[in-house]
Design a protein. Structure first.
Length: 258
């Protein structure tokens, strides 16, 4: 099969969120690991990479969530149930699911960084694979928070700390409240969000005693073709985000950006 040729798939459901965000459910059966991504293609318009935000255990479909920020996403934003898109993938590597079985896990999400982490969280809860799960989720304001109903359901299985830049009980950046999670230092940490949050979040996680090799970052913003051909996402002259990532162990990531 031609790896450059998108596969047509039907949109079977969609949900719009505030601030120009929209969730699409795509009818297709694909095998993937939480943290991997697909390339969404709109014929005659273009394509873009996007994280899969549903869980692998949810068969017969996968979900993506986009924000209307450019030409292709603005065009896709008009699509509804019954429309068709094209997709390629999944690509990249995902979170170390086997390594996290029976372990304490802390998830730190900023803004749209919740999307690949949602895939992990849903799979973790479904398989009851983690010993304990703590979720820190930071956004600009309460209306900006995605999957509010699911967050309430997750509270039965995980400790959730919500952070807002303005409004809400905890105001500030998500890195400011890592200490509130009362970490024991033995956790594995998964982090995704704006690149500016990586340094302060990792610094606080290290301060709480978590080892560098147990911190994993989802670095998805540099990607373009998804196959290591365009060179758009190369880091440090060595790593391709779309092939070697988008999930990087921090011990590799810190060398890639130096």
């Amino acid at each position: 099969m031609n790896p450059y040729l998108p596969i047509p798939a039907k949109i079977v459901d969609c949900q719009q969120f505030p601030f120009e965000k929209k969730l699409f459910r795509i009818k297709a059966s694909i095998d993937f690991i939480p943290g991997q991504f697909v390339e969404v293609s709109l014929p005659g318009i273009g394509e873009f990479p996007v994280s899969i935000c549903s869980a692998p255990s949810e068969k017969d479909y996968f979900e993506i969530c986009i924000k209307r920020v450019g030409r292709v996403t603005s065009y896709l934003f008009k699509f509804d149930r019954g429309d068709f898109i094209g997709y390629r993938g999944p690509y990249g590597n995902g979170f170390p699911m086997e390594e996290m079985k029976g372990k304490d896990v802390v998830v730190v999400a900023g803004g749209l960084g919740i999307l690949p982490l949602r895939s992990f969280i849903k799979e973790c809860i479904y398989k009851e694979s983690c010993k304990s799960l703590k979720i820190l989720y930071g956004v600009k304001e309460p209306d900006d928070m995605l999957f509010r109903n699911e967050l309430e359901e997750w509270k039965e299985y995980a400790e959730i700390i919500e952070v807002f830049e303005k409004g809400g009980e905890r105001q500030g950046y998500v890195s400011d409240f890592i200490k509130d999670a009362n970490l024991n230092g033995n956790e594995m940490a998964l982090v995704c969000g704006p690149p500016a949050m990586f340094e302060p979040v990792v610094k606080k996680l290290l301060k709480e005693g978590i080892k560098e090799e147990k911190i994993f970052l989802s670095v998805e913003r540099r990607m373009k073709c998804g196959m290591g051909k365009c060179g758009h996402c190369i880091m440090g002259g060595k790593y391709y985000t779309c092939i070697d990532g988008p999930v990087f162990k921090y011990t590799d990531f810190k060398h890639a950006i130096l």
